[in-house]
Design a protein around this ligand. Sequence first.
Ligand SMILES: C[S@@+](CC[C@H](N)C(=O)[O-])C[C@H]1O[C@@H](n2cnc3c(N)ncnc32)[C@H](O)[C@@H]1O
Length: 356
Amino acid sequence: MSFLDSNLLDSNFIENIHKKGSIPSEIFDYKFYLIWETLNFYVQKVAQRINNTLKTKKINEFSLSDKKRDLYKWIEKASINSVQNVTEEELAKKLLLYSPELKTVLNMIKVAEITLLDYFFENKLPQKTLTSPKNLSLWYKFFSNDNPIYNVNNKLLKWIMKKLEFPKELKVLELGGGVGSTTFSIQEILLDKTDRLEYIYSDIHPLFIRQVKRKNNFPHLKTIHLNFDKPFEPQGIPKNGVNVVIAVNALHNAYHLEKTLLEIYNSLSSGGYLIISEAVKIYKDQPIALEIIFKQLEIDIQVTEKRKSSGFLEYKTWCNLLQETNFSNLTVYPDLDSITSLYPRCNIVAIVARKA
Ligand SMILES: C[S@@+](CC[C@H](N)C(=O)[O-])C[C@H]1O[C@@H](n2cnc3c(N)ncnc32)[C@H](O)[C@@H]1O
């Protein structure tokens, strides 16, 4: 495959995807596809280099723990189809040309390469380094709406919030709110739609909570510490207590996703919405560039019969898990079933589900 052959450089092709997938082009604009494709090519090159190192040092897949083997296989898979006529450096340059803000993403990938090799060769747990105070400023920048690879999930959520009908008295719970890039981008929309709004931002990370508290100048916005791996009720969210639960790029981190979904279901009042905006796989084991970072943050998640590995989930798995938790009226934006045969790397979606 050649970088320049990518038919995504053709704007008719993009228009066609938008039409078929029922999404407005301002969310996934031309530049976004260009960045997304180039980043995937870039990470293929990085994965290829890591794969060569692992092979040269004679790492034997079968002697690895399950968690390491899962990462090993991801690296192997991600390095396949690496483009021939362009170097890693040229791809990095292209990315920075498309957006200088991508420096943060490239830096994060560099850190992720080091932590991954340290995990294999020195058994150092990657989460510790990735979330260390030294790297925290990278995360603030990464989770920002200035990051063109990150803000698209927030744009999608915003678009959905505009479309949905909500009760005039609305109570919203946001899970894994991070530095608040989702939180602050939807307050005006919600205020316009309601007579009385209560918005509960939550996260597990005290520094993120503190940052949002500092920025907050909305009287209706409350910040709480909530670990979504634990029962919600003792953490201040009663059963049937909220009308909407929002989670942007957060729930794939859940230690035991089925349990977390049940907690969410129980916290919603009847007719309530769960809105997830996430990166997803289109087909089984599809490697997604950003997993080079996020898979390492999740090596502790509990794999189950339904969730077979860490990293982003297949969108069909999300739909199955939601249905099994009793959620109904599932809608996926964009309509992936209609567009994946055309474009199998449309990995950014939002799923809206309702409690009957
Ligand atoms: C990718 S960030 C999403 C941030 C936010 N949605 C945004 O767009 O700015 C994922 C967030 O999930 C949080 N998180 C991870 N595990 C969690 C858990 N068990 N309970 C609550 N939050 C968690 C992390 O601290 C992080 O802020």
